[in-house]
Design a protein around this ligand. Structure first.
Ligand code: ADP
Ligand code: MG
Length: 463
């Protein structure tokens, strides 16, 4: 009873204190900054001079600390005295989207270290990845539906393992973590763990060094739900694969759920043990494709709302039209837009949007060189880079050369002539021929298309 009263009183003073702070902040920052970054902050609690406030996501904290730390500290000291402190907690966003009627918003709840349910192990799940803020689109429909089914009956559907693959920044991590978060939220008893395959490998190596391989293996075997991201990192790591194979079998036999993600389908994971590949295909394998125009708009709209701003249709369409390959880049554009608006204290208008989109596109284009593209392509096809520049007619060299030319045309602003020069002084008609040839082959041969997507992701990631 007492606790209740004091927390109520705490809330009241927290509100008052924060109001005073806002007053000071408002006088010291541009309006747009105030509205974007400070207004969405909600006071939560005041205890011993520590003001706890709720922010919509970690980006807020990073942004404010980077740009307004001094102002915040000064303000807090002014209002709460020299020992006053501000602590941020992240609140799950309640981002209802009228565009999607089957999306169920979660009740907002505060995630902070004190309020976490007691559990024996860390799940490593990021609470920001949920189904209610994952926008459904044609490209992710099946993956999303399967993920939801698995989260509702972990280990009890035929989707075991659930294997989701697709290019960079398309939502694999979001989706597989959403499964974990849903299960944990619904039943505190379920032991869920999320980690990427490279962390798994690092931990395994440590376990070998510390002589704790058994404990390590038993720990993972004791899970109800094991979620491993980017399983392609196991490629070439045979010992880790062996151990993972045993963990997989134990869990699968016990009816425990396994969820995996990868940049390619199981059958293309060259360098992964066949017995693992065959097990990965036991359940459901499904891909995520890049989002279409409408989905890109919906994602942008949703994200903008979570930052507390609303953008006009014209602006949303412009961004969605110009940034097409990757959702991470869409988000990056939005963040950059907010940053630009906030720094120059400008309104978010069409001019600013154009400038921001251009900045992002320029970064992408100027940073990719033809030689770099050639290097990544040759690595992929296992061909010597120099052979591509020589007059070599071997089939694999010809394909590598044509793919490299094709991607140079797609990913740089270089002229056909310049591209030709980079490939042993070939003329522009050779480049056109290569481009057209690959363009046609992609239509006929899905595995070539997949290879090129993979290479493209590698190139764009490596920049
Ligand atoms: P991947 O693991 O496939 O590289 P991520 O899951 O990390 O991609 O997604 C990149 C970013 O895009 C994340 O911030 C994620 O929340 C967001 N995102 C991806 N797909 C969607 C979607 N369908 N709806 C909303 N946000 C998405
Ligand atoms: Mg990922």
């Amino acid at each position: 009873m007492e606790a209740k009263i004091s927390s109520k009183q705490g809330l009241k003073t927290a509100t008052k204190v924060w109001k005073e702070c806002l007053k000071i902040i408002k006088e010291n920052v541009p309006n747009i900054t105030y509205n974007t970054w400070f207004l969405p902050i909600k006071p939560a609690e005041l205890n011993d001079g520590v003001l706890k406030v709720e922010v919509p996501n970690s980006f807020f904290i990073e942004w404010i600390e980077e740009h307004y730390n001094t102002l915040i500290n000064k303000t807090i000291n002014q209002v709460l005295g020299e020992n006053g402190k501000l602590v941020y907690v992240i609140v799950k966003e309640d981002d209802t989207l009228d565009l999607f009627d089957d999306v169920q918003p979660l009740k907002p709840s505060v995630i902070s270290s004190e309020q976490k349910p007691e559990e024996e192990h860390e799940t490593f799940l990021n609470p920001k990845y949920r189904f209610d803020n994952f926008i459904k689109g044609e490209g992710n429909q099946l993956a999303r539906a399967a993920a939801i089914a698995v989260s509702e009956n972990p280990g009890e559907t035929s989707f075991n393992p659930l294997f989701i693959y697709g290019g960079v920044g398309l939502g694999k991590t979001h989706l597989i973590q959403a499964i974990g978060n849903k299960i944990v939220n619904e039943s505190k008893k379920k032991k869920v763990i999320y980690l990427s395959a490279d962390i798994f490998t690092v931990e395994f190596v440590e376990a070998i060094q510390n002589n704790t391989v058994n404990e390590f293996s038993n720990f993972y075997k004791s899970m109800d739900v094991l979620i491993i991201d980017d399983i392609q990192f196991l490629i070439g790591k045979e010992k880790t694969q062996d151990l993972f194979f045993h963990i997989f079998n134990t869990l699968h036999q016990a009816g425990k759920q396994i969820v995996l993600s990868s940049d390619k389908p199981p059958k293309d994971l060259n360098g992964l043990n066949e017995r693992l590949i065959s097990r990965f295909q036991w359940g459901l394998t499904t891909d995520i494709q890049p989002p279409d125009f409408e989905t890109r708009i919906a994602i942008l709209n949703n994200k903008a709302k979570s930052y507390g701003i609303s953008l006009s249709n014209e602006i949303l369409e412009y961004i969605a039209y110009n940034i097409t390959t990757n959702i991470r880049e869409l988000e990056g554009c939005l963040i950059k837009l907010l940053a630009n608006a906030s720094l120059s204290s400008a309104e978010i208008n069409f001019e600013l949007v154009k400038k921001t989109v251009k900045e992002i596109a320029t970064v992408r284009e100027t940073n990719i060189s033809i030689d770099y593209i050639n290097k990544v392509v040759c690595e992929y096809f296992g061909v010597d880079e120099n052979k591509v520049r020589e007059k070599n007619r071997k089939k694999e060299v010809v394909i590598a050369r044509q793919v490299a030319m094709y991607l140079s045309k797609k990913l740089t602003r270089s002229s056909l002539k310049t591209i030709g020069l980079h490939f042993g002084g070939r003329d522009h008609s050779t480049v056109i021929h290569a481009y057209n040839n690959i363009d046609r082959l992609i239509e006929e041969d899905p595995s070539l298309k997949e290879s090129i997507d993979t290479i493209r992701n590698k190139i764009e990631l490596g920049v």
